[in-house]
Ligand binder design. Structure first.
Ligand code: ADP
Length: 163
């Protein structure tokens, strides 16, 4: 059974993440969405809220596809999390050159920690490529409309948070 781990902060989950999740789901038998607790980043939504939003967004996808989708919070090393959930591959999304620099270093380091786990990069559709949680939060904070970037429930949560 091919198990993939898609890790991130998902603060909050966007249509960019969903695009990657849909693509990842077609490559594995079981997809584990790893939600980094990331206290240092001072997330807008706490872990329970982020997990609930991901579960809600993935429910329909899990029903439509044959695969199992599991949401798994983690605070340890990514490689250890991959081992814990039995993942052979780590899936990451790539947006622009800025992502590449960071991901390049991560792959290099992770390979030295465990050479048996492969990292696979996916790109979202053009209209989803520029979406970043950080910018979505910034736009929502300033009263802008983010409904093109996130699902309706996530939009509601952002509106509720920022009034
Ligand atoms: P991180 O804090 O590690 O960047 P994120 O939650 O921001 O975590 O992102 C998780 C993963 O999803 C990363 O691999 C990131 O590059 C990818 N990702 C986020 N938004 C997009 C997008 N619009 N298109 C493609 N990949 C994306």
């Amino acid at each position: 059974m091919r198990v993939g781990l898609y890790p991130g902060t998902f603060d909050p989950i966007t249509l960019g993440h969903m695009d990657i999740i849909r693509r990842a789901a077609s490559l594995v038998d079981k997809l584990v969405i790893g939600v980094a607790i990331n206290r240092d980043k001072g997330p807008l939504f706490d872990l329970e809220e982020r997990v609930a939003m991901i579960e809600a967004e993935c429910a329909a996808l899990a029903q439509d596809s044959e695969i199992e989708i599991v949401v798994h919070p983690f605070e340890n090393l990514l490689i250890d999390c991959a081992r814990d959930v039995g993942a052979q591959i780590i899936l990451r999304g790539l947006r622009a050159v800025a992502d590449f620099e960071y991901e390049y270093q991560m792959v290099g380091m992770n390979r030295q920690l465990d050479d048996s786990i492969e990292t696979v990069f996916l790109m979202a559709e053009a209209e989803h490529q520029a979406i970043a949680s950080k910018l979505v939060k910034e736009i929502a904070r300033l009263g802008g409309d983010v409904s093109k970037f996130v699902a309706p429930q996530v939009n509601d949560a952002l509106v509720a948070r920022f009034g």
